[in-house]
Design a protein around this ligand. Sequence first.
Ligand SMILES: [Zn+2]
Length: 46
Amino acid sequence: MAANMMGGTAAPAAGAAAPAGAKFCPNCGTPTNGAKFCSNCGTQLG
Ligand SMILES: [Zn+2]
């Protein structure tokens, strides 16, 4: 989460109007929509 403070990506702010259960790649902040891997950078998601 702290990585979001680095800036440069379109990572959503914590507590933003994201729908419940929404997940974002911890590496690049791309919305994953429940995917097991980030569609942008390929990071494995929990
Ligand atoms: Zn990613």
